[in-house]
Design a protein around this ligand. Sequence first.
Ligand code: GDP
Ligand code: IMO
Ligand code: MG
Length: 438
Amino acid sequence: MANIVVVGVQWGDEGKGKVVDFLSERFDVVARYQGGNNAGHTVVVGEDKIVLHLIPSGVLRKGKVCVLGNGVVIDLGELIQEMDQLERLHVKFEDHFFISRRSHLVLPYHKLLDVAHEQRATKKIGTTGRGIGPAYVDKMARVGIRIGDLHQPALFRERLSQNLAEKRAQYPESRALASLEPDRLFHDHLKHYERVRTFLTDASLVLDRLMTEGKRVLFEGAQGTLLDVDLGTYPYVTSSSATAGGACTGTGVSPKRIDGVLGICKAYTTRVGEGPFPTELLDQVGDRIRERGAEFGATTGRPRRTGWFDAVGVRYAARVNGLDALALMKLDVLDGLETIQMCTGYRYRGELLTEFPGEADVLAECQPVYESLPGWKESTVGIVEEGRLPANCRAYLRHLEALAGVPLALISTGPRRDQTIVRSGALLKNWGLASDQQ
Ligand code: GDP
Ligand code: IMO
Ligand code: MG
C-alpha cells in the first residue's frame, strides 16, 4: 500500500499531467492540494490532448476518485467550463468527484487585482493573470470567501460587498474594478454553487476514510518546487505551497499517511514569467529546445524560457521534498544535439556554490558551471526499453542520475502514455508501480 506525492522539481510544466495520468491506473484516488487554474496539466490519450487546470489529471481513467483539497483556490466559472469540456468528451466523473468545503474562491476581482498589481509593479512577476496571488492574499488575511460559505447567501453577499469596496479603495485607478457589479457577481456565484454543491464535502474526512479502507491516493502537485512561496525563488514564485509538504496542509492528510515522493523533472529546464534562471539559453539551442519541446504555456500560451538541466536546483528539490525517485521527462527533445550541458554548480562573485541560494538576487548573479556530454543523433521518440536508447543517451542518463543523487524511476520519451520507460527496481515494486517481471 502506498500513497505518493507527485511534485514538480523545477519551475513548473515538467510533465506532471502525463505522469499523474500514467500512474493513476494503479491508484484509486487523485487529489490536487494547491494552486488553481494557473496550472495547466496536459494529458495525451491516443490522438486526444486534454489540458486540465483544476480537475485532477486522474480524471481520464474510469472510476478514479478525484479530489480538490482545501489548499486549492477555485475559480468556479473556470471549474464549470472544465466540467463541461469533460462532459463533451463523455468523461464521467461526477459521481466520484469531491471538493473541500474549505477551499477558497478565486473571484472576478482577484483576477482584476492580479492584472492591476502587475501593471503597477516596477518588478513584474509575470503571473498567469488568473487571480491566484490575490485569492491567497485574502485567505491569509482571513477575509477570503470559502466555497462552503456559499450555502449562506446573506453572509456571502455581505462579504462580497465588503471585499469589493476594500479592493476598490486599494486600486482607485482600476476602472474594471469600479464597474464590477456585486449583484451580478452574487447571482452568478449562486448559480455556480447549484452546479457544484453536491461535490462539496469535508475532503480531509473523505480521504481519511478511503485510506483507512486501503485505497491508494496520488497527490498531484501543481507548479513546482522553485515556484513554492516559501522555498522557491521568492518573490518570483506562485502564492502556494507547491512542495511535497503542501500535500498534507492542502488536503488535511497527516504526513504519516504519505509513503513516497516522486519528483517530476525535465531533461532540461524551462520557466514561464520573470525571475532568475541561471542555465537559461538565449541562443539558437534554446530556440531549438522550445520548438522541439513545444514549450508554449498550457495555460497562457506564452513561450517558455528554456535552458540546460540544472543539477543544483534538482538536488535542492530532492532535499526539500525528500524525493525517493525522479521521473525524467522529455528526453526525446534533446535528440540530435551535438553536445548537452549539465549545470553542476554556480559561480557567484568568484566563489563556487554547490547549494541552491535562498535569495533571488544571488541566484540572478550566479553563472552556471557546466559539464559537457556528447549528444546522440538517433531518435528516442517512443522508446519504451532502456536498452534501446543510444549509448550516449544512456551515458547521459547515468550521469544525470548521479548528479541529481536520486534514482530515475520513469523516463519519458513522448507525450503519450505508452511513450514511457518504467525502470525496474525495488522502489517501484514497493509502491506497487512495477511488476516483478520488470
Ligand atoms: P505540467 O504542467 O507539469 O503537467 O506540464 P505541461 O502539461 O504544462 O507541459 C508538459 C508538456 O510536455 C505537455 O505538452 C506534454 O504533453 C508534453 N510532454 C510530457 N512528456 C513529454 C515527453 O516525454 N516528450 C515530449 N516531447 N513531450 C512531453
Ligand atoms: P503547472 O502546474 C509554470 C508561474 C507564472 C509566474 C509565477 C506566478 O502547469 O506546472 P501566478 O499566476 O501563479 O501568480 O504566477 O508562477 N506559474 C507557472 N509556471 N507552470 C505552472 O503551473 C505555473 N503556475 C504559475 O508563470 O511566473
Ligand atoms: Mg503546465
